[in-house]
Design a protein around this ligand. Structure first.
Ligand code: FEO
Ligand code: CA
Ligand code: CA
Length: 630
């Protein structure tokens, strides 16, 4: 049975009260840091080495792992989640069934321990999973294409977008399984789940539509890409490539709205998905403001299956990747975010209020009241966080900004006016739990020319991508100044033409890697990286890599896992004791189609059959030791 929030809070308070007066006067993160201390940090780094030898990179249609590791499939597209949910039947799918089953193209995941967010339980928890997008050519047998897509197919696709919350546990044999029909299990569907807008843009004219004259709610979230976890145990999900579902921005009259849509890449005519043919709100000519309801960060409580998701407008509108939330020393919340588009920006949000570790509900306004910043990276290695505040600098009516809602809805335009640095597709950003530094994955930018180079984006036609390392001034996540350096310039270190740089480590001794997309850290401060795009750049499948960030092995990239044909490793997360690594296998078989002719498909993952099914796999060491080493 689901625990009530009251029970969870009561037990947490009892445990916290044992910590005594110090814990009552310091935010939890500061308390942990003071206990740990710099000496302990150095010991942790010294004691740790990534123990495995790289798997041989390959292009097989199989999950292959470094020696000593194994994997198992935990969840697949269509697996029944809710009580009485039907079993997956690929030939008889419907939107109603899909809304009770695991969605398509799993992306970001995080592990939320049970029974409560601060319980640190390693073998039992909730997995929260984004379902970023759909591949109709792989979902529907003999899919006849864009012009022939039916309304039913459109609704199935919408129902397969959104999020899943699912209870998982490791059994006595050491095997992970999900709990069908758990009262925690939930589908957040892009077809039907109502969400609220909060923060400065809620109720603004930008968000008012035929469905909602007040501009305060919306049905569904779109293109949930990466995400994050708050210290109070809620989930954050970023809406990324929302533009591709809409059509017909070109039908609007010239003016601010048409310019806004152009800046955000909304299609002038047909979008990538033909949804506007069946569902009017995806037709911008009929519903001009509808796209403005997407491109936000959604927060919800995975421990409460009835909680209403909120789109937190204070965090700005762009093609959100994830949010890396940190508690600063002064107790404020900082959230680091990327806008995944060529020449777009890195952002940071800082709350006005401070984190309350004793009263979960008291944190409800932290993501509504605060300041959004965009990053400027100077060539001398310094950096500045530039505030996006209405009325300050160029963010005035002279440039079309009349209030803070205007600034947030058009965060891209505001950041550009402030002079933020145009980056090579900012993907995931994560904070290192040991050294406190911030790592930014920049996946590629083949459009950058020699004339557009800067020290932070130092390669023209950047095919392989890179990773930057930020150090906030005074190690303060609320600082407006930072320094930065290049951590990795990706590529094959054995090929000098790639110009790879691995933090000073001999590149010929490290594994080749390209197109870093998603990041996580283990408990020892090693950076784990998943890739998206290696078939096109290194001619190998995408995979999972790990690299030390400190010590003599800093920069020594190792490859743990190679994925199946057509797939990217869209997300990776470790459980609290690091004995399990969960990996999203997204878009297996992409590039092929599902027909009677097996030559049309490039993958049979995971059932050695069609249709291919995006899945979450669990990687562990054969002996049940931590995945990160011996
Ligand atoms: Fe959805 Fe930028 O990856
Ligand atoms: Ca991503
Ligand atoms: Ca991706």
């Amino acid at each position: 049975m689901t625990e009530t929030l009251g029970t969870i809070l009561e037990r947490r308070f009892q445990r916290r009260s044992l910590l005594g007066g110090l814990a009552k006067t310091l935010p939890v993160a500061a308390f942990a840091t003071s206990l740990r201390g710099e000496d302990a940090n150095r010991d942790a780094i010294r004691d740790f080495r990534l123990q495995f030898s790289s798997v041989t990179a390959n292009s097989r249609d199989a999950v292959t792992l470094a020696a000593g590791y194994k994997h198992a499939v935990l969840l697949k597209w269509g697996d029944p989640l809710l009580a009485n949910a039907p079993a997956f039947d690929s030939a008889n799918q419907s939107a109603a069934k899909q809304e009770q089953q695991f969605g398509y193209n799993c992306d970001w995941m995080d592990f939320f321990p049970l029974p409560s967010h601060d319980s640190n339980t390693a073998r039992h928890g909730l997995l929260v999973v984004n379902h970023e997008y759909t591949n109709p050519e792989l979902m529907f047998k003999n899919y006849a294409g864009y012009n022939s897509q039916t309304r039913e197919q459109t609704e199935i696709e919408l129902a397969a977008h959104g999020l899943t919350v699912v209870e998982i546990m490791r059994d006595a044999s050491g095997n992970w399984r999900y709990i069908p029909s758990s009262s925690y299990n939930r589908r957040i569907s892009s077809l039907s789940t109502a969400m609220s807008f909060t923060g400065p843009a809620a109720g603004s004219s930008w968000l008012k539509t035929a469905q909602d004259f007040e501009g305060t709610f919306v049905t569904g979230s779109l293109n949930n890409c990466a995400g994050g976890k708050t210290p109070w145990g809620t989930a954050l999900s970023g809406e990324e490539n929302f533009h591709q579902y809409f059509s017909n921005a070109g039908a609007l009259p010239d003016g601010p709205l048409k310019s806004l849509h152009a800046r955000y890449g909304l299609p002038a005519a047909n979008g990538d998905y033909p949804w506007a043919r069946h569902i009017d709100r995806f037709d911008i000519a009929k519903h001009p403001n509808e796209p403005n309801r997407y491109g936000w960060v959604v927060e919800f409580d995975p421990y409460d299956p009835t909680s209403r998701p909120r789109k937190r407008t204070a965090l700005g509108r762009f093609r959100h990747e994830g949010v890396a939330v940190q508690v600063a020393r002064n107790g404020r919340i900082a959230g680091y975010m990327g806008d995944d588009e060529r020449f777009q920006f890195i952002y940071k949000y800082v709350s006005n209020g401070t984190y309350n570790a004793f009263n979960r509900a008291a944190n409800d306004k932290l993501l509504d009241e605060g300041v959004l910043y965009a990053a400027k990276l100077n060539d001398n290695g310094s950096g500045e966080w530039l505030p996006l505040i209405y009325g300050q600098g160029p963010l005035t009516s002279a440039n079309g900004f009349t209030n803070q809602a205007d600034v947030l809805v058009n965060a891209r335009g505001a950041a550009a006016l402030l002079g933020a640095t145009q980056m090579d597709r900012p993907e995931d950003i994560e904070a290192n739990p040991i050294n406190g530094k911030i790592y930014v994955a920049l996946t590629n930018n083949t459009l950058r020319t020699d004339r557009q180079l800067d020290k932070a984006n130092p390669r023209a036609v950047n095919r392989y991508g890179h990773i930057l390392e930020f150090t906030e001034d005074e190690a303060d996540h609320t600082s407006t100044k930072f320094t930065w350096e290049v951590f990795l310039l990706c590529g094959d270190g054995k090929n000098s033409a790639h110009g790879a740089f691995f933090a000073g480590f001999d590149p010929s001794q490290a594994a080749a890697i390209a197109n870093p997309d998603n990041l996580t850290f283990d408990n020892k401060g090693n950076l784990w990286i998943s890739t998206d795009g290696q078939p096109g750049t290194l001619r190998i499948n995408d995979g999972i890599y790990a690299v030390a960030t400190e010590g003599p092995e800093r920069g020594n990239v190792k490859q743990l896992l190679s994925l199946v044909a057509g797939a990217e490793a869209a997300s990776l997360v470790l459980n609290p004791d690091n004995t399990a690594l969960f990996v999203s296998v997204q878009h297996p078989g992409e590039g092929g189609r599902w027909t009677d002719n097996s030559a049309d498909s490039i993958s049979t993952f995971p059932d050695n059959a069609q249709p291919v099914r995006p899945a979450v796999i669990v990687v562990s060491k054969s002996a049940g030791n931590p995945v990160i080493g011996s």
